[in-house]
Design a protein around this ligand. Structure first.
Ligand SMILES: [Zn+2]
Length: 319
């Protein structure tokens, strides 16, 4: 519904993004870039191919100045002067393509990015439950058999809480997640994380194992977050930021207050599009894998922001 509305609103937005973009910072978020079919992602994320991703970057560069993490923080302190509005490029989930595909493109273009990772999956120790869903859906679609009683709609409904059901279904369908992890290597390994850090990229926290936060009690939210931040600290990665897995929708003020009091965080990140947050250090990013180009996505988001502003609804209020 939201997507249809914002696509409609995009048709009214002109191309002078420089002026019409309502915030002085832009935070795009991606997961993966690949020219290949990746069964663990293809049914859950509309990731872009190399050409589409490079087009996005060129589009952003026309209207924004890409900054690194220190420049980003300095900008908010008033210590970094820019001619254009700033953009900080972010990736979530620590997929291997960040090393193989994305980093070389970014180095060629001189663009910094942070990748927010889940330590539970690094070194391909496990697959995030949504990727297991994607693999199961892939198998059902491609098996051509109509006589199995597992429905795609039912698989898509399985959540973090009852994710063990996915392992049972996989067994029934003879899908071997361990073998897939071993062969495909969906995630970055530790040496790649170190290598990326040495090349100047940021590696930061995205929770331990990617739960949906509003399903968790406050203590569980904090535990999952702090466990991931401890991993980041112990390995000297970027320890003063955190990006919520899935969404920060429903996460309350007491979580933010406790987290920012106990951890040396500069900012946390959601992905609700162009929005302001009542917890001012929680910044919202723009999901870039919704099927359109950067131009279409930004124009849609700007249109949606304007509409929300009229309705006084463009700030997320935490209670
Ligand atoms: Zn994620």
């Amino acid at each position: 519904m939201k997507q249809k509305l914002i696509n409609f609103l995009a048709t009214f937005e002109k191309e002078n993004i420089e002026k019409s973009f309502p915030l002085n910072y832009c935070l795009p978020v991606y997961h993966c870039v690949s020219d290949e079919n990746l069964p663990h992602l293809s049914h859950i994320i509309k990731y872009k191919n190399v050409r589409q991703f490079e087009n996005d970057l060129d589009y952003f560069s026309r209207y924004f100045q890409f900054v690194n993490w220190d420049e980003f923080k300095d900008f908010f302190k008033g210590n970094f002067k820019v001619k254009k509005k700033i953009a900080l490029l972010t990736f979530d989930d620590g997929f291997r393509e960040f090393y193989d595909v994305v980093a070389p493109i970014l180095e060629r273009k001189g663009i910094y990015a942070i990748n927010f990772i889940n330590p539970a999956f690094i070194n391909n120790k496990d697959l995030m439950f949504r990727s297991k869903e994607s693999l199961i859906i892939d198998k059902i679609r491609n098996s051509g058999t109509t006589n199995n009683n597992i429905k795609i709609e039912e698989v898509s409904k399985i959540n973090y809480r009852n994710k063990s059901q996915l392992d049972q279904i996989a067994e029934e369908l003879e899908i071997d997640f361990s073998l897939y992890l071993k062969k495909q290597k969906p995630y970055l390994d530790f040496d790649q994380l170190k290598n990326l850090t040495a090349r100047g990229f940021g590696i930061s926290a995205h929770s331990w194992d990617h739960p949906l936060y509003w399903e968790l009690a406050l203590e569980e939210q904090l535990e999952n977050t702090i466990k991931s931040l401890n991993y980041i600290k112990e390995n000297n990665f970027l320890a003063d930021s955190f990006a919520f897995p899935f969404t920060d929708f429903g996460v309350k003020n007491d979580f933010f207050e406790s987290l920012f009091k106990n951890e040396p965080l500069s900012y946390s990140f959601g992905c609700a599009g162009i929005k302001v947050d009542s917890f001012s250090k929680n910044l919202q990013r723009i999901p870039m894998e919704t099927g359109g180009s950067a131009s279409q996505t930004l124009r849609s988001e700007i249109g949606y922001f304007k509409l929300k502003k009229l309705l006084n609804k463009n700030t997320i209020i935490r209670k």
